[in-house]
Design a protein around this ligand. Sequence first.
Ligand code: COA
Ligand code: AMP
Length: 625
Amino acid sequence: MSAYEDVFRSSTDDPEAFWLKAAESIDWHVAPTRALDASNPPFYRWFPDGELNVCHNALDRHVDAGRGEQAALVYDSPVTDTRRTYTYAQLRDEVAAFAGVLVAQGVGHGDRVVVYMPMVPEALVAMLACARIGAVHSVVFGGFAPKELAVRIDDAAPKVIVSASCGIEGKRVIEYKPLLDTAIELATHKPSASIILQRPQAEAAMGSNDVDWVEAAAAATPADCVPVKATDPLYILYTSGTTGKPKGVVRDGGGYAVALNWSMPSVYDVGPGETIFTASDVGWVVGHSYIVYAPLLTGATTVLYEGKPVGTPDAGQFWRVVQEHGVKSLFTAPTAFRAIKKEDPQGEYAAKYDLSSLRYLFLAGERLDPETYRWASELLDIPVIDHWWQTETGWPIVANPAGIELLPVKPGSPTVPLPGWDVQVLDTNGKPVEAGTDGAIVVKLPMPPGALPTLWNDDERFVSSYMSAFDGYYLTGDGGRIDSDGYVYVMGRTDDVINVAGHRLSTGGMEEVLASHPDVAECAVIGVADQMKGQIPRGFVVLKAGVDRSEDELRAELVQLVRDQIGAVASLKDVAVVAALPKTRSGKILRKTMRGIADGADEPVPGTIENAAVLDDLRPVLRRS
Ligand code: COA
Ligand code: AMP
């Protein structure tokens, strides 16, 4: 039996023993005597009688163990030309001070704190400070517009918001404070204060409810770690569903800490004192898990990179970071490599740097296309590891478990299920399909620790979104197959979620915005293949009868509307005005057919005679790249 099979089998033979053993590498205030509470399916609870503090596990325990002088966090920001290293002792002290600021603002156990920050160390400090006092953070990605932020403020009902005066996108300085103020104005729930980190690139005008981060931290009494139940929420992370209303994925602290701590040596092969560079954003799950929590729980060094892989100043920044900080594992989305390849197809920048510390490249967030896999493998000559997971799962479902055993790579497959994940493929009737046959990828319940226990304040939506399609299974929303060697192939979403440059977005949400325009009668947004971003959204609108105005002007208005309502990150740049949209007899728009035609498939015309004419008209528009 291979080492991987051995570990996987022990997780399925006796999950209780497997996860209790994994839990031993976490410091508990009250050690759990049981791993899983399965008394109320599909609501599973991990380590129900355990108590811990995740911040203690991420910081204090390493300082207590004598490793206070080791680098915990390296902030590397080419856009501000800054490099700063925080030792574990320094980071603990910063976090304790900021936890004191939160306490002084009346934040306590179970209170929510929304964090709307660029990629600066203070974003991590705010998150860990919440964990320290048992508050629940909800980080909102900086590329979202005020309305999206307002929706999240209303759902999470935070006591305070933590933000910064600005973010930096390449050479552009984006003022966050006006966006935050607009969001608070739009929201029904009003937080009692906003704590603002002033950045020199654009200082914000402060209002009566605003607190200056630096002044408040200087005056604060440092706060200690508060033990909380393992099942208490550590954070809420909103993610796109099929409608405009995001889903508040809840993460419990105990299960998450155990799962992440297991994954670091087993999947990423990173141990104490070693360096991982996860080029993502703290606003996404990849950032939560592998910029912040997992590296620190393990006692490793994490690199926080503020910038893009290309542009400011050049396409060699990832390689510079690897050399300067001795990075062992680099984790990003395939789109970042496509961006680098476009600027530097011959890898001339990579050749300038000493990359000898780099042992692995991990890629996730979207399908890894074979050409990017080939290019990255040849450029770096190290294992390139595709792995598949989701905001909901918190850590990888399927990966090549490099730290246990590097299995042979099959391009196009993120390899095999990790312990705890019973991945299956079902047909539309809920029957398992033959090996190699496509279907809905599901996970047999219970899922392992770290996976979402529910949605924030919405058990019903948790059940209807994930647990109702197939009884006893979690619906991942991805389609694909498993081959006869047990390798999983993830082919894409089966719902209205798309992945644009590794960012998860809802086409349904964009449709809601387009439909709100007074001239639009109906609309469709579909994700189409894009060489750089993997997928991009394209919009199609049918105008109301009698609307007679410049199409160019209207298109620009619609693009701007989505940018204003959802954010620049939506990347909707192309809206076409069409005469009609193809529909089923019951009136549902044939988005899948439209997607197929846009991506080059010669779809037979389904449905009615009318659709044939509609699709004939649409075909040239859909095929235009
Ligand atoms: N704050 C404000 N605006 C933001 C933002 C933020 N935090 N993040 C992105 N945006 C804006 C961008 O400036 C851009 O605006 P524009 O349309 O005015 O140019 C828009 O949102 C789209 O951003 P993005 O999709 O990131 O495109 P890009 O062209 O700026 O960069 C990549 C493309 C591939 C270089 C970049 O997305 C990348 O490095 N991705 C890989 C890493 C990653 O983030 N993965 C996520 C999950 S693992
Ligand atoms: P997010 O919740 O933002 O992490 O996005 C999760 C979705 O991204 C998944 O449901 C997949 O559709 C897609 N995804 C993530 N990783 C991969 C991968 N390695 N291969 C294919 N799709 C992926």
